[in-house]
Design a protein around this ligand. Structure first.
Ligand code: CP
Ligand code: NVA
Length: 307
């Protein structure tokens, strides 16, 4: 089956494997935080990192994590490989597999990551596509374990566009039980097939609504992301109109209740999908969340390399 060696979608894994990766992330995080640099499982290994879109967190956290654990990561930006333009994806996959032990890629079309995985003989890690962003939601789950004490059984309310982040939340909900609510404007709902898949799995409570005020009540986490994702920036103005009422501001956080944390995958457009006040508040955990990208991904890389 395509994808078994890879990290492409959260529902490619069973609950036990996801939880083990999260435990491993905590364990290696503690080691790295203690200043110990003796754990070098990636010694002598190299990773190719393909980016057809911009990135700060994904690029720096993968490169830093792989280096800290003994390996060497190579950044390939949009102008280097020119995937699909200078060279076909299936050729890139086979050539890089002959040099590198892992391929990590951030691409536009989801089909590109599937093709990379299909033709690569080494593990491929999904660093975001137009469809999903599994590494982000692994980091988010890890952050919830640290701040709330658990991930299972919590209520996560995402407010905004039904985008790649939402699809990964839905696929996580197909494997681990929690209550996931997506509050988005009409016409910006997540992919219907993915919603159906998560509902059919029968693991989690899934709600898709157009009413953010009702949705956030009792949330453990209120989560937001940009209204115009990479590749949609020309729609930014139109989306600002369409998403009126979906800004996470202090009023919405007050409706959520006192136990609610604020999370955002970043980068954030302050004053658009979230106010300065909310992102800077004591219950905002966006920076520990960003830090955990590295620790969650370290565990993912250890998993795909069977270390
Ligand atoms: N959250 C996230 O993936 O950030 P970057 O786009 O900076 O990698
Ligand atoms: N939905 C955003 C996430 C960025 C990390 C995007 O795709 O641009």
């Amino acid at each position: 089956k395509v994808g078994l060696k890879d990290f492409l979608h959260l529902d490619d894994f069973d609950k036990d494997t996801i939880l083990k990766m999260l435990d491993r992330a905590l364990e290696v995080k503690a080691l790295l935080k203690s200043g110990d640099r003796s754990f070098r499982p990636f010694e002598g290994k190299t990773m190719a990192m393909i980016f057809t879109k911009p990135s700060m967190r994904t690029r720096v956290s993968f490169e830093t994590g792989f280096t800290l654990l003994g390996g060497h990561a190579i950044y390939l930006g949009p102008d280097d490989i020119q995937m699909g333009k200078r060279e076909e994806t299936r050729d890139i996959a086979r050539v890089l597999s002959r040099y590198n032990d892992i391929i990590m890629a951030r691409v536009f079309a989801h089909k590109d990551i599937l093709d990379l995985a299909k033709y690569a003989t080494v593990p491929v890690i999904n660093g975001l596509t137009d469809y999903n962003h599994p590494c982000q939601i692994m980091a988010d789950a890890l952050t919830m374990v640290e701040h709330i004490g658990r991930f299972e059984g919590t209520k996560v309310v995402y407010v905004g566009d039904g985008n790649n982040i939402v699809h990964s939340w839905l696929l996580m909900a197909s494997v681990i039980p929690f209550h996931f609510v997506c509050a988005c404007p009409k016409g910006f709902e997540p992919d219907a097939k993915t919603v159906e898949k998560a509902r059919k799995a029968g693991i989690s409570k899934i709600e898709i609504t157009n009413d953010p005020k009702e949705a956030v009540k009792g949330a453990d986490v209120v989560y937001s992301d940009v209204w115009a994702s990479m590749g949609q920036k020309e729609e930014a103005e139109y989306r600002r109109q369409a998403f009126k009422g979906f800004q996470v501001n202090q009023n919405l956080m007050d409706l959520a209740g006192s136990k609610a944390f604020f999370m955002h995958c970043l980068p954030a457009e302050r004053g658009v999908e979230v106010t300065d006040e909310v992102i800077e508040a004591p219950n905002s955990i966006v920076f520990p969340q960003a830090e955990n990208r590295m620790h969650a991904q370290n565990a993912v890389m250890l998993h795909v390399l069977a270390k």
